[in-house]
Design a protein around this ligand. Structure first.
Ligand code: IVH
Length: 660
């Protein structure tokens, strides 16, 4: 008993010390004292493991290693916010709110440049941490989240709660980390956000622990459960529970107050210890928020104001030409490396000849470039006043830099093309596109590997990718291809056969078809045969598909019937799996309990559906249950699920999952 009491006492002291140090930035004990308590706790826990608590502060150092990230369904979707870039757009937002008959106050918060996370507590104890993922399904990062010292393991009140906020890396931490990486000759991390995202997606929590991640908590998804009526009160409530809530957040009376706050934030930006990329503006009153509601993607009660892109000067060292998968030739700026908005820029696309001539760029010019957040870097203009006379004029090439075929400019088009179907660069780019993440998502086939496998003669076209499995013995003889690496690659190639149709359509690289249009086509026609049977006129009837796109699609399938036939024979899925497939990933291996009646679907049908995706069903709810499906008139299983805080799917959700 004495031991148990001492363990509880030490836990309390250490948690409080972490809170004072990491949340309040106001340490009350010395590092030596802290280390002494921690050591004593570690020793006691080692000696008496029966008293060691799941959420002991000794877990902060990491140690847990997982073999893969489990998926987690967010009970309430994690939405992102619509961006605005000007005062005008802010006034428009204010007008939209007022149009609903509301006179809003706003909470202004700094927009922290990290990644959002969801944190669950049961009886005051941290149980799960998850990434946002696609907003509906995220990844379980509990093992890493427990190493974030500003995130409480135990709350000041023993309540069950979910909070959301930003996981980030401070500027100083990034600088120190990069210093170490540079000494070890490792590639540098480009900016705070990438560094935080990379650190939280580590399988080994000791690595995440060493990265000194931090949090700012800003969102309470279930405020009504705690009788909270405003966003500002929810911030104060979360703060009172022990969360790190940003002190710069401010309640302002009206949109002019917002604009003032933004100006101040912009001035403060450089002196802050962490990166921000804008200001988030939220309607304060939660009743008003409810009235405003949501669009399909965003809440209507908040916007994110993004700071204008940072501009930097550098030297345009050269202009080189690349060949795209459609044969399109693109001039690219080779720049003296320079850091813009947190990442090093060496190259920037110059799009086409006309753009270079319009901007009057000369090789050797000092140019202004900019990059806003995720946006690709852009060369804005040449600083003509800085010319020395040594600069060289830009001259467009006339033959393909890869196969030397004469380039062609199509009528009415500004771009030049290499139309040689055998141009190696075109083929390589097509293959790179086919395996890329938004297309077939084949892991282990990075750009360089694809290029090498092409040059070594192992893959000439798309079907060849699927016969790589018969060539493993030969590939392994080349440098850099370990058995495990190849095995994973082949496995990923085989898995890609089951992808939903839109991934294949996008992967084929039809001119002008991005992943969004591919999804539109797949969901509209349902399968490849139907899509291929459509005339250009029929295709053009789909909203968002103009006559040029329709023609591209039509021509592509006319010219590539053999390719599609081959891919079918190889066993590639030609159906749209849509929402079904997305949820099937989640169902596999999970345990479900059904209670109550769902209109229009029998319990047997639900069971069969779950089992068809490798899930299990059982009759009773326990801690091991992953999801409880709750219909009308549910039994005691429902209350048990609530008690154990097990995710619940209601009638709408299961119908959505089953496409009913
Ligand atoms: S509120 C429905 N508040 O910015 C509420 N987001 O574009 C959604 N972010 O995904 C989030 N600081 O990752 C909110 N103070 C803040 C934020 C913030 C950074 C990030 C977050 C979100 C994205 C929205």
């Amino acid at each position: 008993m004495e031991i148990e009491k001492r363990i509880a006492e030490l836990t309390q002291i250490i948690n409080q010390a972490n809170y004072d140090y990491y949340v309040l930035d106001n340490p009350q004990i010395t590092d030596q004292e802290f280390d002494k308590y921690l050591k004593e706790l570690e020793e006691l826990e080692n000696k008496y493991p029966e008293y060691a608590k799941e959420n002991s502060p000794t877990k902060r150092v990491g140690g847990e290693v997982i073999d893969k990230f489990q998926k987690i369904t967010h009970k309430i979707p994690m939405l992102s916010l619509p961006d605005v870039f000007s005062e005008e757009e802010l006034y428009d937002f204010d007008k939209r709110v007022k149009k609903e008959g509301l006179i809003p106050e706003y909470v202004c918060e700094l927009k922290i440049d990290g990644l959002s996370g969801s944190f669950h507590y049961e009886n005051g104890s941290l149980t799960t941490g998850a990434t946002r993922g696609d907003g509906i399904i995220g990844e379980d990062i509990t093992h890493n989240v427990k190493t974030i010292k500003s995130l409480p393991l135990l709350l000041k009140d023993k309540i069950s709660i979910e909070v959301r906020g930003e996981i980030y890396m401070g500027k100083k931490t990034l600088a120190e980390l990069n210093k170490k990486r540079s000494q070890a000759n490792e590639p540098l991390l480009q900016n705070c956000r990438n560094a935080a995202a990379g650190s939280i997606r580590q399988l080994d929590s000791a690595i995440a622990a060493s990265r000194n991640l931090d949090t700012w908590i800003y969102h309470l998804p279930n405020p009504e459960d705690y009788q909270i009526k405003t966003q500002y009160d929810s911030l104060m409530f979360m703060k009172s529970l022990g969360f790190k809530v940003n002190p710069e957040s401010k309640l302002v009376k009206d949109i002019d107050g917002v604009i003032n706050y933004i100006k101040e934030a912009q001035e403060k930006r450089k002196s802050l210890a962490y990166d921000i990329d804008g200001v988030v503006i939220k309607v304060n009153d939660l009743g008003m928020q409810k009235k405003l509601g949501f669009t399909a993607k965003y809440p209507k009660w908040a916007v994110a104001y993004k700071f204008p892109a940072e501009e930097v000067l550098t030297k345009l060292k050269d202009i080189i030409f690349t060949v795209g998968r459609t044969g399109q030739i693109t001039p690219n700026a080779v720049l003296e490396p320079v850091i813009v908005a947190g990442s090093t820029i060496r190259r920037a696309t110059l799009h086409n000849e006309e753009n270079v001539l319009k901007k009057g760029l000369k090789i050797g010019d000092i140019v202004a470039i900019r990059k806003a957040g995720d946006v690709i870097p852009e060369v804005i203009e040449a600083k003509v006043e800085r010319r020395t006379g040594e600069e060289k004029d830009f001259v467009m090439i006339t033959t393909c830099p890869m196969c030397h075929t004469k380039l062609v400019k199509k009528e009415g088009n500004v771009d030049y093309f290499c139309l040689n179907p055998l141009c190696p660069k075109r083929n390589i780019e097509s293959l790179i596109h086919f395996v890329s993440r938004d297309a077939m998502n084949i892991e282990g086939m990075g750009d360089e590997i694809v290029e090498e496998l092409y040059n070594l003669g192992f893959i000439k076209d798309i079907p060849d990718i699927y016969s790589l499995k018969d060539k493993v013995d030969k590939i392994i003889e080349f440098d850099g291809y370990g058995e495990k690496k190849l095995q994973n690659m082949i496995e990923s190639i085989e898995n890609s056969k089951n992808n939903s149709l839109e991934k294949l359509i996008f992967g084929l690289g039809i001119n002008g078809i991005g992943s969004k249009t591919a999804k539109l086509l797949a969901s509209f026609y349902g399968n490849m045969d139907t899509l291929m049977s459509k005339t250009k006129e029929e295709l053009a009837t789909i909203k968002d598909i103009g006559s040029t796109l329709a023609l591209n699609i039509y021509n592509f399938f006319q010219e590539n019937t053999d390719l599609i036939k081959k891919l079918k024979e190889i066993g590639l899925n030609m159906e749209y799996l849509g929402i079904k497939q997305k949820f099937s990933d989640f169902i596999t291996g999970k345990k479900f309990v059904i209670t109550g009646t769902i209109e229009g679907i029998t319990r047997e049908e639900i069971k069969e559906y779950i089992e068809s995706f490798g899930g299990y069903t059982s009759e009773s709810v326990s801690k091991k249950t992953d999801v409880v499906i709750v219909g009308a008139n549910p039994g005691s299983k429902y209350s048990k699920a609530l008690e154990l805080n097990i995710p619940i799917w209601d009638e709408n959700k299961i119908k959505e999952v089953m496409n009913k």
